[in-house]
Write a protein that binds this ligand. Structure first.
Ligand SMILES: *[C@@H]1O[C@H](CO)[C@@H](O)[C@H](O)[C@H]1NC(C)=O
Ligand SMILES: *[C@@H]1O[C@H](CO)[C@@H](O)[C@H](O)[C@H]1NC(C)=O
Length: 212
């Protein structure tokens, strides 16, 4: 008799806990983007797909941005090499610091969307610096903190991103490269490049309201 009551209590508790979980935690879809600061298709994807997708799906997305570049040592001084040249390495380093410093996804996405929208290979370093400052102000990030990160932590952050790129399985073929929940899938990636929201929505087991 006593035993039966105990089991009932337990299953009631279990139901309460399961219900609490269901109402408090929306499943999150992890979206990883490997990008370069001056790659035109990366810009288009961020501005036309990922950012609007974030505006719609918000915290149901767990956005993970990974700038790509390589280092060499020149007389024991670290030097960064980027596909589109030194300006791109500067953009990647600023992006790495912003990702590091952003306390919310929204701050990170506002900055990255603003920054990649107007960055261009033909611009000067001065133009890019002014742009980064403007985007920091727009997304409530302190330019002083970004600057201090560039000096003190920028190289360390980029080295970690380089290692990440090297450890990627299957290996990185090019950028933009998009993974969902840490998995590479060429077909899903291709679909997401043209319709990020539609593709992301299909991948949720429990659809967020914005997908319905
Ligand atoms: C190494 O650094 C020096 C001084 O900054 C530079 O002139 C030279 O081109 C660099 N060498 C290579 C291989 O990048
Ligand atoms: C920046 O701050 C303003 C004013 O507090 C706020 O309305 C805005 O949402 C913030 N932006 C971000 C990206 O957090």
């Amino acid at each position: 008799m006593f035993r039966v009551i105990e089991i009932n209590m337990f299953s009631k508790l279990f139901l309460i806990c399961a219900f609490a979980l269901a109402v408090t935690s929306q499943e999150r879809l992890k979206v990883t983007l490997f990008f370069e600061g001056l790659c035109p298709y990366c810009h288009d994807f961020v501005n036309e797909q990922l950012y609007p997708g974030f505006k719609k799906l918000g915290s149901a997305l767990d956005i993970d941005l990974s700038p790509t570049q390589r280092h060499v040592y020149n007389n024991s001084k670290i030097e960064w090499h980027c596909y589109h040249g030194p300006l791109e390495c500067q953009i990647n380093k600023i992006s790495a610091c912003v990702i590091h410093l952003s306390e919310t996804q929204s701050v990170m996405m506002e900055f990255i969307n603003c920054y990649l929208k107007d960055s261009d290979m033909d611009r000067s370093k001065e133009f890019e610096d002014a742009l980064a400052k403007k985007c920091a102000a727009q997304s409530n990030l302190s330019w002083d903190k970004i600057n201090s990160c560039l000096d003190k932590e920028g190289d360390k952050l980029l080295l970690a991103y380089e290692k990440r790129m090297d450890n990627l399985q299957p290996p990185l073929k090019g950028v933009p490269h998009l993974l969902f929940n840490d998995k590479t899938d060429d077909n899903i990636e291709e679909a997401a490049m043209d319709d990020f929201i539609g593709t992301a929505c299909k991948l949720f087991k429990t659809k967020p309201k914005a997908c319905l």
